[in-house]
Design a protein around this ligand. Structure first.
Ligand SMILES: [Zn+2]
Length: 250
């Protein structure tokens, strides 16, 4: 029996979210055969009885697709094939989104317009940061340090998701997650998302990961290393254009 893993299971249709702790190997599907499994709702027609398997192979954690309709892992379709997981990437099975939770701290890298560094914080699961509005953007601070005046919200990390709660509705209109507007005072983000608040950006990183920032000023989102030739978000050519402006090193 391998190590235990923690898997965040989100049903995007119902909004239900749960975290399951299971030993490896495990099966995922609507009628799994193995004792160790993650049960998906049998009513979803394109979910297979055994849709996929998670297993440890040496140091690698492998997702194996065994389904009829395939699984999207980090945006790529797997069908009858497998992929080594780094942790944190979305495993999409119909409406379901599954993520392996890595018990590592979260790094919040705060930059201003034109990516100039502003601050950097590392928080563990269960910890949070306060967001204050300032004359020229936002400031992040530890809850202990902050006076309550000017506090516009809170960013907290539960080990899987990063929850941004804003109490200033004017600010909500100025918030984007991965360059898409949000329409709620509560914003759910994940490691490697970029949350922008007015001209400020918060890169949500993990200490053992390197990411590359897309050089397209309209994009500036995070790509994996070694980088694909094109930004996965905007298609901007990263390699030969010299546009890979910066690598976020731990
Ligand atoms: Zn881009």
């Amino acid at each position: 029996m391998g190590d235990r893993v923690q898997v965040e299971v989100i049903d995007r249709l119902t909004g239900e979210r749960r975290v399951e702790s299971r030993p490896l190997p495990l099966e995922i599907g609507k009628k799994p055969q193995a004792e160790n499994h993650i049960q998906l709702d049998p009513r979803y027609t394109t979910v297979s009885r055994i849709h996929g398997r998670l297993e440890q192979r040496g140091a690698d954690l492998i997702y194996v697709d065994c389904s009829s309709n395939g699984t999207q892992v980090a945006g790529k379709l797997l069908k009858g094939s497998e992929v080594a997981l780094q942790g944190g990437e979305a495993i999409q099975i119909e409406n379901y989104e599954l993520r392996l939770i890595k018990t590592v701290p979260l790094m919040v890298k705060h930059t201003g317009p034109n990516l100039q560094p502003r601050s950097e914080f590392t928080i563990e699961a269960g910890q949070s940061l306060l967001i204050k509005t300032t004359e020229n953007g936002i400031a992040l601070m530890e809850p202990d340090d902050a006076e309550t005046e000017g506090v516009a919200g809170k960013l907290s990390f539960d080990g899987a998701a990063i929850i941004l709660e804003l109490n200033d509705s004017a600010l909500v209109a100025a918030v984007k997650r991965n360059n898409a507007p949000v329409d709620d005072v509560r914003v759910e983000a994940r490691p490697f998302d970029v949350v922008a608040i007015r001209g400020d950006r918060l890169e949500l990183l993990q200490p053992d990961h390197q990411k590359i920032v897309c050089g397209n000023p309209e994009c500036h989102l995070l790509n994996d290393l070694p980088y694909e030739e094109n930004c996965v978000w905007c298609g901007y050519y990263l390699a030969a254009s010299g546009s890979f402006t910066r690598v976020t090193l731990p």
